[in-house]
Design a protein around this ligand. Structure first.
Ligand code: F6P
Length: 568
């Protein structure tokens, strides 16, 4: 769908270059000097001992999210230099340009107006034209979702029991993450399935569990050209027809900017969005249809409202109190000056199990860039590697490395004060009490890990604990050294009162804006993703060769593998 940008907002990338690149600022040099003189020597234990107010001072309340940033490796001077850097790089002006709808994605000539998708009706924030289009399409999509939900689980043909969402990347990760997170809100008569990988194993395993007349397929693709999605959609359609299904128009709907492409594929019921919605920012648009099907109109609107509240905070809170700003600046500090190459996201919430995967695309597809907006190679590092698993599972896997490994990896804890369970009303008091105890265990584990990372354990303390009989042949000192924790390992904590549509919306928007902030400081285009294209093009060349066996012009390694894969 093509909604013209308001003429007044058509500013180009030249605006970005009006600001100096980060490494050419005075603040950057100051930060380098500060890191060398102090940063690497900062000890969290000492910082807390020196300042009893540290925890309170370095906590920020944003809409729905409270953040404790006190366990990061920074001090007052660090933050002062970072604020200077933000000012020299024109961070607030760049934020305003983003939120105004300027062309911040210069290589594709587009704005990045995901915030317009969650602005309330009639706010007029992005010009009437955009607001009207957004709300017309939102209302249509939500009405459709409600009509499906009204008859979900029914016995009549066409009553839906299973929704199969087919999409990949930004057309998959958001809806999948949100539907898992908001399990307690999901319609009890609807099962949601997400198919993304071109590997047909996923679909082949699911199809025998479905009934064609009770299944709705949602084909989600911004471009409607993505190989994986079209392949899965073709297979799904084949299965539907094999089952005697005839009403493709009713059982297949599309969410796309390319309504004509979808129609050419045979999908005629479509919900649209616009090219100024980036794939990884699209769960608020029609791409969120499976979310709306799962949780319904009211809860979907709450999700949007939570994100909008965070947008307001990002737009209006002064730099010093602005949580996305601080998080983005912390990312720059940790990456470029402390030299941390990765960060671990540990949601202490099983329902947030897909959050690390979601954020991997958001952070690394946005900021995994090597040139600035002018195409000049960057002399400094950009995106770190984001990875993670929910706690407490991660504790029994990679936390060993976080506590005692040779690399320092900042950990981001997400804690949820109050759990929300599906069918909680139907539970016996004893069952509720048992679950409440488990939740306390979950929180205590999260608290303990952050504590252990910071405090560590001295060798003398470990020695005192080491029983002489533990391993009689190994000197106690040696065992104690293995049981020593260096401590002084950084972390931060994001706390939600409860995981609700509103708080989840705010949390996701927080990460979106934080990613923009670090990208703006780095002077890169956070909204394109050319790095995914080369592999796609090479795949198009190799696909027919797997059939023909033609290896002409291929490098020796690829030719050898291809031949083996053909079983030749
Ligand atoms: O992986 C590259 C990418 O272009 C993502 O940016 C996007 O979210 C995904 O592919 C899916 O694209 P589409 O929605 O067009 O199918």
């Amino acid at each position: 769908m093509n909604a013209p940008m308001p003429a007044a907002l058509k500013m180009t990338a030249a605006a970005a270059t009006a600001w100096p690149r980060a490494d050419r600022t005075v603040a950057w040099s100051a930060l380098q000097g500060h890191a060398e003189a102090h940063g690497h020597a900062l000890d969290l234990r000492q910082l807390f001992a020196d300042n009893p107010e540290r925890a309170r001072r370095l906590s920020v309340q944003a809409p729905e999210v409270w953040a404790d940033l006190s366990r990061a490796h920074w001090d007052v001077a660090t933050r002062r230099h970072l604020l200077d850097l933000a000012r020299e790089c024109g961070l607030e002006a760049r934020r305003d340009a983003l939120l105004r709808g300027d062309i911040v994605n210069a290589t594709e000539g587009r704005a990045a107006l995901h915030t317009a998708l969650r602005a309330p009706k009639g706010s007029g924030a992005f010009g009437t034209h955009i607001g009207e289009q957004v709300h017309a399409e939102l209302d249509r999509m939500l009405a459709f979702a409600e009509s499906v939900r009204a008859r979900a689980g029914g016995a009549q043909p066409g009553d839906i029991h299973d929704v199969v969402h087919i999409g990949i990347g930004g057309s998959d990760l958001g809806p999948q993450m949100v539907v898992a997170a908001l399990d307690a809100w999901v319609h009890p008569e609807l099962r949601l399935h997400f198919i993304s990988n071109v590997d047909g194993q996923d679909l082949a395993a699911l199809l025998p569990r479905l009934q064609a007349q009770h299944t709705l397929f949602v084909i989600a693709s911004k471009t409607f050209t993505t190989q994986e999605t079209l392949a899965n959609a073709r297979t799904a359609r084949q299965w539907f027809c094999d089952q005697g299904g005839t009403d493709v128009a009713r059982h297949f709907v599309g969410t796309t900017t390319q309504v004509q492409g979808a129609a050419a594929f045979g999908v005629t019921t479509t919900f649209g969005f616009w090219d100024w919605v980036g794939g990884r920012f699209s769960m608020w648009s029609a791409i969120g249809l499976p979310i709306a099907l799962a949780i319904g109109e009211a809860a979907f609107r709450e999700l949007l409202a939570g994100a909008h509240a965070m947008d307001g905070h990002f737009a209006q809170a002064p730099l010093e109190d602005n949580l996305p700003m601080w998080l983005g600046l912390l990312d720059v500090w940790q990456r470029n000056f402390m030299g941390y190459r990765s960060r671990c996201l540990a949601p202490y919430s099983q329902n947030l199990r897909r959050l690390p995967a979601y954020l991997q695309q958001l952070v690394m597809e946005s900021n995994g860039k090597g040139v600035d907006v002018d195409g000049q190679p960057l002399p400094y590092a950009t995106s770190d590697v984001l990875w993670g698993e929910p706690g407490t599972n991660g504790q029994h896997a990679f936390f060993q490395m976080l506590h005692q490994g040779s690399d320092v990896v900042p950990v981001e804890f997400v804690l949820v004060r109050q759990p929300t369970y599906r069918d909680a009303e139907a539970m016996s008091p004893a069952l509720r009490a048992s679950l409440a105890e488990q939740h306390r265990m979950l929180l205590a584990n999260g608290l303990a890990q952050a504590q252990a990372l910071m405090w560590g354990k001295a060798c003398e303390d470990a020695l005192g604990e080491t029983a002489p009989t533990a391993a009689p042949d190994v000197p106690r000192e040696v065992i104690a050294r293995h049981r020593t924790f260096p401590g002084n390992r950084p972390s931060l904590t994001l706390l939600l009162d409860a995981l609700t549509p509103r708080s989840l919306g705010a949390l996701v928007a927080l990460f979106e804006h934080r990613t923009f902030v670090s990208g703006a400081i780095w002077g890169i285009n956070s909204f394109d993703q050319w790095g995914v294209e080369l592999g796609k093009a090479l795949c198009q060349d190799l696909l027919p060769r797997l059939d023909s066996g033609d290896v002409a012009g291929l490098d020796a390694a690829t030719a050898q593998l291809l031949t083996r894969l053909r079983g030749a």
